[in-house]
Design a protein around this ligand. Structure first.
Ligand code: SAM
Length: 312
């Protein structure tokens, strides 16, 4: 580790539950195993999290899932039951460190091994979280001309919620987010620009943070598999504190360098902010007899067309 600043911590520097809001400063990157580091975070500290864990892609056999994704420090191949149990343990620790009313967005995908389907819901239902929504990420990648199934172009995001008391539903989304739907279309990060093997595109954690925390009140954002630091960069540029964990010294270094240069990525944050701009509330629109987004077929020309929904 060449970085010698206060923003980077290591597992052996920390005692259990010692990470509190007070020691975070603008945020911390922490090198170590996710589960072990989560143990070091105090209860109810985090407001929102987003992550993409390793997918247990079994590269040892055939690289059947995503053969170009090869991590720095370890082989992403353990028995599937062990992998799923570890993910349950990690998600339950994230639940503990998240404040009631907080959310966690978990990016994963459907996988197959010799004809058996592994679906993320197989282990998500074993965690303490309330599963609020399944979002499809249409990655808009090119199709393939052969394969055993229709070419898988999507991944999933699971919006997990920690209820306040027994109220499972939580707050309504803000009107300004009303343009967004349960399908998120956006290309993955360009591998020529980011040397990490599987980085988020910046818009993705930015969308989560803007939708859940907004930009006015400072919150704490967690990514327990921070990789090249994308979630931390989004949090910082949107005015929030971050906690990012990764076992790879090289990726922590990469994330730290990226955070130092975060202002250079502001344009992408502005592009995402521009999508969260419906100002008129549902109640206002209804009282003025404006379109409130009731479903209408797109070839129905009889009345106001759908595209006027977001006119201000
Ligand atoms: C899919 S990548 C995350 C990439 C990240 N979203 C980004 O934008 O760069 C998963 C990351 O998890 C890290 N990782 C895998 N297993 C880990 C573990 N047990 N503890 C901590 N980090 C781990 C890998 O080093 C890798 O950087």
């Amino acid at each position: 580790m060449n970085r010698n600043d206060q923003s980077v911590l290591k597992d052996n520097m920390l005692d259990n539950k010692k990470i509190t809001e007070d020691i975070l400063g603008e945020g911390k990157l922490i090198e170590g195993d996710t589960l072990s580091i989560l143990n070091k975070i105090d209860d109810n500290v985090v407001n929102v999290g987003v992550t993409s864990p390793p997918y247990n892609k079994q590269e040892k056999h055939k690289g059947w899932l995503v053969k170009n994704v090869v991590y720095d420090t370890y082989k992403d191949a353990v028995p599937e039951s062990e992998y799923q149990q570890y993910q349950v343990d990690v998600l339950n620790e994230i639940y503990r460190v998240t404040a009631s009313g907080g959310s966690f967005f978990y990016n994963h995908k459907i996988r197959w091994d010799r004809g058996n389907m592994y679906h993320p819901m197989d282990w998500l239902r074993k965690t303490k979280w309330t599963i609020k929504q399944e979002i499809i990420w249409d990655r808009m990648i090119a199709g393939n001309i052969r394969g055993w199934r229709f070419w898988q172009v999507e991944e999933r995001l699971y919006w997990l919620y920690k209820p306040i008391g027994d109220k499972l539903i939580g707050k309504e989304l803000k009107s300004c987010d009303a343009k967004l739907t349960s399908i998120w279309r956006g290309v993955p990060e360009d591998g020529r620009k980011n040397p990490h093997p599987a980085p988020f595109p910046l818009w993705l954690p930015a969308r989560v943070i803007i939708s859940i925390l907004g930009t006015e009140t400072q919150g704490i954002v967690l990514d327990p598999y921070i990789g090249s630091g994308t979630t931390a960069v989004a949090a910082k540029l949107l005015g929030h504190k971050y906690i990012g964990i990764d076992r790879s010294e090289a990726y922590i270094e990469m994330a730290g360098n990226r955070l130092d240069n975060a202002p250079s990525e502001m344009l992408k944050i502005r592009e995402e902010l521009a999508l969260h701009q419906v100002q008129d509330t549902f109640k206002n629109r209804k009282s003025k007899g404006k379109n409130v987004g009731k479903y209408r077929s797109i070839d129905d020309e009889s009345e106001v067309i759908q595209s006027t929904l977001f006119d201000q």
